[in-house]
Design a protein around this ligand. Structure first.
Ligand code: ARG
Length: 270
């Protein structure tokens, strides 16, 4: 009898371990139904949305994702895989089931991916040294401008100065682009407004300033990104709306940005 039990335990362990290798580890929920763990990818070098702090991925997106997944009743795991790999992984349908990374919803990306309803409004800003003569986007002409490769920041600069422009320097992530600005490798960095503002605020010793230019930089919205046709999208959309309507969104927003979000603007987009 006892032997049988030991055998059963070993067998159960074996089965559990065997399930751990793939993308979505199968789990068994209370009612015996198979439940999938959703794997979410991110590029954790984009504070305050996602960044590494003492070995953990933290940020506005991380808290928001957690609220959404809880609302949707989905178990998940967040993986830091880097920006370009996010797009490749979703396209190949391997490694991750969705991505959250301050990702702007736009028509070009919509051809290849599905997006959730919008959850954050953004625009671009120019980061420069405090004593820089640059005052707006047009002043970037003839200057070396750093952008994160494959971002809408890159697209915004290319729209102004042409895609072939040799003065646009592309970086693997936004942190290294800002490092290069500090080291004098570029004259400016164009990135998302919240990221630019956060950097200036948290690093007064670096003597940088963030410049806005609504005449040249459009407003855009972030969404969670899925492979085309993902069956997670309807569930996640529903959960996002609930998180926004319930006030949970405002709570998370205040924690990271210190003020009230313009929820009406977001709801108008949905
Ligand atoms: N919002 C911009 C875009 O979608 C930049 C996002 C970069 N995010 C990141 N985690 N590095 O292109």
């Amino acid at each position: 009898m006892k032997k049988g039990l030991v055998f059963a335990v070993i067998l159960a362990l074996f089965v559990a371990l065997a399930g751990c290798g793939g993308k979505s580890a199968e789990q068994t929920s209370g009612n015996g139904e198979a439940k999938k763990k959703v794997i979410v990818g991110t590029d954790a070098a984009f504070a305050p949305f996602e960044y590494m702090d003492k070995g953990k991925i933290v940020g506005f997106d991380v808290d928001f994702l957690d609220a959404v997944m809880e609302e949707a009743g989905l178990e998940y795991e967040l993986k830091n895989i880097g920006w370009d790999p996010l797009f490749a992984a979703l396209q190949e349908g391997k490694e991750i089931d969705l991505a959250i990374s301050g990702i702007t919803i736009n028509d070009k990306r919509k051809q290849t991916y599905d997006f959730s309803v919008p959850y954050f409004e953004s625009t671009h800003m120019i980061l420069v040294k405090e004593n820089s003569p640059i005052k707006n986007a047009l002043d970037l002409k003839g200057k070396i401008v750093g952008v994160q490769n494959g971002t809408t920041g890159q697209a915004a600069v290319e729209k102004l100065f042409g895609a072939e422009n040799k003065n646009i320097k592309k970086f693997e992530n936004t942190v290294v682009a800002i490092m290069d600005l500090l080291n004098g490798g570029v004259d400016a960095v164009v990135t998302d407004n919240a990221v630019a503002n956060e950097y200036v605020k948290n690093n007064p010793d670096k003597k940088l300033k963030a410049i806005e230019d609504p005449a040249n930089f459009e407003s855009e919205f972030y969404g969670l990104m899925f492979p085309k046709g993902s069956d997670l999208k309807p569930k996640v959309d529903e959960a996002i709306k609930k998180v926004i309507e319930s006030g949970k969104y405002a709570e998370i927003y205040k924690k990271w940005f210190g003020n009230e979000p313009k929820v009406d603007n977001l709801l108008k987009q949905q």
